[in-house]
Structures are given as C-alpha cells and as structure tokens.
Design a protein around this ligand. Sequence first.
Ligand code: SF4
Length: 285
Amino acid sequence: MEGCSKFCSFCVVPNTRGLEVSRPPEQILNEIEKLADRGVREINLLGQNVNAYSYKDKLKEYRISNIIAELEKFPELTRIRYTTSHPRDMTEELMKAHRDIEKLQPYLHLPVQSGSDKILKEMNRNYSSQEYIDIIDKTREYKQDIAISGDFIVGFPGETDDDFEATLDIVKRVKYAHAYSFKYSPRPGTPAALKDHQIDEEIKSERLKILQDLIRQQTRDFNSSFFEKEINVLIEKHGLGVNRLTGRSSYLQSVHMDGDPSFIGEIVKAKIIKTRDNSLEGIIL
Ligand code: SF4
C-alpha cells in the first residue's frame, strides 16, 4: 500500500505521497507467489502505514492480518514481515497473528515518536503514551519474545525537560530491541514548522545523545541475551572476507559467520558465540 492519511503535524508524506491506497489482495498475493517460485524466502509487506491496509470487495474487508494469513499457506515462503505500523491501526487480529502464524517474524516496528501526551497531541498522533504501552503489553501477551523497535523525535516545538523525561520513561518501560531517533527539523508546509517555541539546536543535540545512549544500551542488552543461544538465520549475502556470510535472525539482527556461499538464500541453525552492539557472531551448526 502507499500513502498515508494520518497527517502528523511534522510530516510531509500525506501531501507528497497522497492518502492511503491499498492494492487489491489478489494482486499482492500473485506477485508474492511469483517471487516465491523464483526462490524468495522472506517477504516484507511495505507501506508508509502498512497496518492501515484495508481493501473492501463485495464480500469482505481485507486487512493486513488477512494477507499475512494467506501468505502462511505458501509452502516456499519461510518468513513474513511488515513495516511500518501506526499504533492507531494495531488491531487485535494483527497482534494475534504474531501468536498464530508461525512464519510471521517476532518483530514489530511501532513508532511512538514521544512519551509526552502533550507532545503526542501537538504531533497529531492520536494516541496517548498509555495507549501505546497497552498495545505493546497486549502484543507481548500474544508473543512473549517479540522484539520491539521504534522511532523517536526529540526537540519537537514546545518540548520541555519534563516532556523529554516522559520519552525516556517510555523507552525504559518498553525496552526496545532497536530504535531510530532524530532531532526534530521543520519541514516546510507542515503545521509543526509554524509552531512557536522551536527548540534550540544545542538542547536538541543534548537530548538526542541522552536518548541514543539509552537505546544503545537496550540494544546491547537485547543482543547480549542471545549469547550461546541457537537461532535460525536467513543467510542473505557474502560477508566481509573469504567465506564470510551475513544473515538475519528472526528478530532482524545482523548475524555474521563463516560458511560456504552455497548457504546464501537458506535458513541455517547457528549458535551465537559473540554479541556486539549492532550484530551477532555465530557458527553454523
Ligand atoms: Fe503518516 Fe508516518 Fe507521516 Fe505520520 S509520520 S503522517 S503516520 S507517514
């Protein structure tokens, strides 16, 4: 699907890409069937706001959870992912899909942007920090080991120290496997660019550093928890060096290892022998 109908006050996407448009399910499934026949093992369903996917025909409305359920039936496919999602569109069916659909990978990218309800309102995100936490908790009830990633903006106009503390609090509460964070920068033509109380660059930089240090620690802790674990890795490509391979865990971590290039495109079982801030080192079992 393309476009977005959310109109966050800092974002140009609805104006540049247009409103949400969902492709017909048959079109998506046919395309994926052809890819799977050609050896594709992992599918990532994409959209600016992919969990808003909605296509109605005479009989029913198809949501992303229906598409995922159909993909589960393709024998050649082994991994299904989707990104990016909006908390407002996180349906119970999609959360349950993480429990019920084995091929759906245990990873959810769910941007919160800020932990402050005041700032979330100013951003026009249409959820509160508590609603976001409830979604994460509920999804974890269905899929205990799901890795959560997020997006954050620091220094949105009017963000006080207390608002920023609320962002740190939500990060501490959720414990992210991974997250992207940025300083707010005004986009011409967006409502936020016209707001009073734009934040000083120096303050934005300080806050970004504090936030990124916290997130880096959480990613490190997440990766460390894999030490000596045996996990499935989809080998994607050659690594750096002779007979080095690079792949992805189910939780989207990069995994590096020695191995024959013939493994590329296969899922192998690997034992993790070293963990780093941004990757894992494994041996193929
Ligand atoms: Fe849509 Fe995401 Fe932009 Fe908000 S930030 S308007 S949800 S694309």
